[in-house]
Write a protein that binds this ligand. Structure first.
Ligand code: NAD
Length: 498
């Protein structure tokens, strides 16, 4: 279906806004009756009240997840049957695609074009990919002596808590729950407090697809209460987390303070995007570089937020990116023609504004943008912004802004480019643009990042490729078959043959 503004408006006028906890196959209010305001950054208005999960709700969800796991209706179900349920789940998401897209757009402000044409198809593809892989994986037999047979098998880890951010609400949730469920685990999903509605809705879709009761819970709530209590819970076996490095470090501590549960982390980035002077197509590189930071309002973990340009093409390249940035202004998120939407909330908007001021105080120059915009809407919007005169020691070059703010740096030699790229606490992604394939591969080998894009930036991403970080960008991987390992235990069995 091709989107148009009228269709979006009609669907929006008929939407139901999900608001409750999903536990043991049903929706419930929080036992404490606590709730929180859910505010849309599109116009700053309250959408609904969301039930706020507290310790008794968490205990109930963990206990139903544990019981389901031990009963084995899901954990021991043959993979080929689990596959059918997840494939059905993917079909139901496709059926409700516009509704789910709207819930994410309303909650966190990104455009309907992004949710409907990027986040939703990617989420569906991810579920289908994991469903299809699970009955094609085999365990191992060791090449041990004749007297023994060594079996190396994999088993689900148990009860998994998935704690996710708001920048791709449904997609980031699916990246955790698809591999965690398909491997036979029980899962408790905690969406970000800024974007809970699509997560709540998929509880019902999983039940409709045939997932046994108790296997999946959805617990909306904030980080310091609901998130922290999940991480400290002694009957949760694994926390799979996507979010800031600051909270990622807390999650590791909570694991140490409780039952040493496994922790998988996908955290932030300050990714370098290196443009060598011998890049074959500077227009394509400029378009991709602008998209790499202004797409999704710059609220992207792997955003190419440090553009590192070889000195002889600096002026020319910045002028190309600046020109393109003017077409990437925010607009009405419900209009399928808008390139960008609202920033997730006022707090994040203020943070972006603060960093622009920090950059100016540090001596960097704003060549375009730099302002809060569309204030008449009551929502939170920021102009695409480009800094020049940046050095890599500045805070705007080192700290994750998580907004549409590009810092540009220059280099003379290959070694200098790599040294600037690696001079960061993060190591999530990087881009390299050159027509010299030897140079590109050499750069890819020397850059300490989980993903390197050569002559593209984030194009062609699909479920086959893992994403994750070196250094303080995380531990473990999402996506690809590597993500299955987050949710599996390895069992060695020694059988004596007499
Ligand atoms: P955040 O760390 O503030 O929150 C992420 C999640 O953690 C939310 O659900 C939040 O409620 C929860 N949380 C907050 N405090 C907690 C605590 N004390 N204990 C347990 N849980 C807690 O991050 P955010 O602002 O929602 O998202 C932005 C961050 O996410 C950025 O740093 C971005 O780079 C990162 N991110 C990374 C990836 C990746 O794949 N590497 C993808 C998307 C976003």
């Amino acid at each position: 279906m091709t989107l148009n503004h009228q269709l979006v408006k009609e669907k929006k006028s008929k939407l139901n806004f999900p608001s409750d906890l999903f536990i043991n196959g049903n929706y419930h209010k929080s036992i404490s009756e606590k709730s929180f305001d859910n505010i849309s950054p599109i116009d700053g208005k309250i959408i609904n009240q969301i039930s706020f999960a507290q310790q008794p709700d968490i205990d109930k969800a963990v206990s139903s997840g544990r019981k389901a796991f031990e009963k084995g209706h899901w954990s021991n179900m043959p993979p080929g049957q689990r596959k059918k349920i997840l494939l059905k789940f993917a079909q139901l998401i496709e059926r409700d695609r516009l509704e789910l897209s709207l819930l994410d757009t309303i909650d966190m402000g990104k455009t309907i074009n992004d949710t409907y044409n990027a986040d939703l198809p990617t989420s569906i593809d991810n579920i289908e990919w994991y469903a299809e892989i699970i009955d094609k994986l085999f365990d191992d037999i060791s090449p041990s002596s004749k007297e023994y047979m060594g079996l190396i098998t994999k088993e689900p880890i148990g009860v998994v808590a998935a704690i996710v951010p708001w920048n791709y609400p449904l997609w980031m949730a699916i990246w955790k729950i698809a591999p965690a469920l398909i491997t036979g685990n029980s899962v408790i999903l905690k969406p970000a407090e800024q974007s809970p509605m699509s997560a709540i809705k998929i509880g019902a879709l999983l039940a409709e697809a045939g997932l046994p009761d108790g296997v999946m819970s959805v617990l909306p709530g904030d980080g310091p209460i609901t998130g922290k209590q999940l991480c400290l819970h002694n009957d949760i076996d694994c926390v799979a987390f996507t979010g800031s490095g600051e909270v990622g470090k807390l999650v590791l501590q909570y694991s140490g303070q409780s039952n040493m549960k496994r922790v998988q982390l996908e955290c932030g980035g300050k990714s370098p995007n290196i443009i060598f002077a011998d890049c074959e197509d500077l227009d394509t590189a400029a378009e991709a570089s602008a998209y790499a930071i202004f797409g999704n309002q710059g609220e992207v973990c792997s955003a190419g937020s440090r553009l590192i340009i070889q000195k002889e093409i600096e002026r020319d390249f910045i002028s190309r990116v600046t020109k393109i940035s003017k077409k990437m202004q925010p607009g009405d998120p419900f209009d399928p023609e808008s390139f960008a939407g609202a920033i997730v909330n006022n707090e994040q908007l203020e943070k972006i504004n603060k960093y622009v001021n920090i950059g100016k105080e540090e001596g960097a120059s704003v060549v375009v943008g730099g302002n809060i915009t569309m204030q008449d809407t009551g929502g939170s919007y920021f102009e695409p912004t480009i800094f020049t005169n940046v050095n890599n020691k500045m805070r705007v070059a080192q700290e994750e802004i998580f907004g549409p703010v590009l810092t540009t740096l220059t280099f003379s030699t290959f070694e200098e480019a790599i040294s600037i790229a690696n001079d960061s606490q993060y190591g999530l992604a990087a881009g390299v643009w050159t027509k010299d394939i030897n140079k590109a591969i050499k750069a890819s080998r020397q850059i300490r990042a989980g993903t390197v894009y050569i002559n593209n930036y984030e194009e062609g991403m699909d479920s086959t490729i893992p994403l994750g970080g070196y250094k303080q960008s995380g531990i473990g991987r999402d996506s690809g078959y590597q993500a299955l390992d987050n949710y599996l235990q390895v069992k060695s069995t020694w059988a004596k043959i007499s």
